[in-house]
Ligand binder design. Structure first.
Ligand SMILES: Cc1cc2nc3c(=O)[nH]c(=O)nc-3n(C[C@H](O)[C@H](O)[C@H](O)COP(=O)(O)OP(=O)(O)OC[C@H]3O[C@@H](n4cnc5c(N)ncnc54)[C@H](O)[C@@H]3O)c2cc1C
Length: 395
């Protein structure tokens, strides 16, 4: 049986950085990953550009229950630490609207510098090693693969990711390992995910993209708001404005089984109601054809926004149908289309500042496997690097 001081389950963003920081402390370290290569999700991130950090980094960009834990980790490994970590590895970066990318605009550069460091440090990497059992006895963990291989270690870091994009490796299998060792799992649900609706308008306007202000209304209360791209599709809605409100919607629909979920869309956010009403009234007065009343304000096809019977030249009705049009949410898309996972190991089961389990000594968790979900904009990778670094160097 192979023995290492530290074993990391999962060679994603969090696991790779955990292995680097543990090895830099002089420990013998192995990464076990179920895939044929490590870091697949890093390669897919940011549409292949890898938005690896954000200029504004603090706990307020994460789900409220996780904020205390997130703060304690960023105090130890914040934005500047992450930037110097990557700079030392040779990665040049730049910032665009606060989002930080590799200068090459290629996520493969991020993975390459990490792999070079793993190689320089001689971290052992076990590929096609799907861990399906962990046992603990007298200060030693035995990590067993599906194929029956075993590795022993004194410190175990579980960084197996969430459930989104399972083809990239994270299939949720590590939740079971954590639950078997006594940790509570908050039901994982897809986040940063498109929304499915049954609405004639989506069908009529499929393929149209506008800039909109979006509100998620859950049980008759505004739960969150966003502003950005809105894409109408044959199944419903997508685009950054929708992805940004999708976590709250997904939690309500998929975890809390709420059926009263609406999306309100302001399709003309650059004009207030009075200005729009006055412009439409002017057009009506000048005898514009009903189907032209929104021309130049919205793309031509948006004539469909209001029913033809309602075109009885009523400016107020037209304003209502484009500023605050309500859509009833049916469901969210599933794991193959969700960038993030909301839910995972309850953050109350890990210690602030180290990420050690409160249940089993010597056991640590890092990355998306924890119930930590950040906003879009580099926040999930920021969490993966920071939590990996802290878990790897903690003792
Ligand atoms: C398409 C897409 C684009 C994204 N873009 C961005 C972005 O630009 N910026 C950003 O901040 N975030 C982005 N994210 C989110 C971000 O990539 C993740 O939050 C982050 O990579 C999570 O890192 P992790 O190490 O915790 O998990 P993962 O990267 O998922 O790694 C987990 C690893 O564990 C392995 N594993 C799982 N179970 C086992 C097991 N039982 N045994 C052995 N190995 C196992 C998997 O094979 C995998 O390699 C994106 C996500 C997706 C899907």
């Amino acid at each position: 049986m192979q023995k290492f001081k530290t074993v990391v389950i999962g060679g994603g963003a969090a696991g790779i950085v955990a292995a680097i920081s543990a090895k830099r402390k002089g420990e013998s370290v192995a990464i076990c990953d179920r895939m044929a290569r490590i870091g697949k999700k890093i390669l897919a991130s940011g549409n292949g550009r890898c938005n690896l950090l954000n200029e504004k980094l603090d706990e307020s960009f994460y789900n409220p229950p996780a904020r205390g834990l997130v703060r304690s980790i960023f105090e130890k490994f914040g934005k500047e630490d992450a930037l110097s970590f990557f700079k030392e590895l040779g990665l040049e970066t730049y910032s665009e609207d606060g989002r930080i990318f590799p200068r090459t605009n290629q996520s493969s550069s991020v993975l390459k510098v990490l792999e070079m460091e793993l190689n320089r440090l001689s971290v052992s990497i076990e590929l096609n090693y799907e861990v399906n059992r962990v046992s603990y006895s007298q200060g030693l963990f035995t990590v067993t693969s599906k194929g029956g291989k075993t590795i022993e270690c004194e410190k175990l870091i579980v960084a197996g990711g969430g459930k989104s994009y399972p083809a990239l490796g994270s299939d949720g299998s590590c939740y079971k390992l954590a639950a078997n060792m006594g940790h509570k799992i908050i039901e994982p649900v897809p986040a940063a995910v498109p929304i499915v609706l049954k609405d004639r308008l989506c069908h009529l306007l499929q393929g149209q993209k506008i800039t909109a202000r979006v509100k998620a209304i859950i049980n008759q209360k505004t739960a969150c708001e966003s502003f950005g791209d809105l894409l109408l599709t044959n199944y419903g809605l997508s685009g950054t404005a929708i992805l940004d409100v999708s976590e709250e919607i997904s939690v309500a629909i998929n975890r809390q089984k709420t059926s009263d979920v609406l999306i309100s869309i302001d399709m003309v956010p650059f004009m207030d109601r009075a200005a729009l009403r006055s412009e439409i009234s002017k057009r009506i007065k000048n005898n514009w054809k009903p189907e032209d009343l929104l021309t130049g304000i919205l793309p031509n096809k948006f004539y469909f926004v209001f029913e033809s019977k309602d075109l009885s030249i009523d400016a107020e009705k037209i304003v209502n149908s484009v500023k605050g049009r309500l859509f009833k949410v049916v469901e969210t898309k599933r794991w193959n289309e969700a960038d993030f996972t909301s839910g995972g190991i309850d953050t109350k089961y890990v210690k602030e500042g180290t990420l050690e389990s409160t249940v089993v000594k010597g056991l640590y968790f890092a990355g998306e496997i924890l119930d930590v979900c950040g906003k879009r904009g580099g926040y999930n990778l920021a969490w993966a690097w920071a939590s990996g670094y802290v878990a790897g160097s903690a003792r």
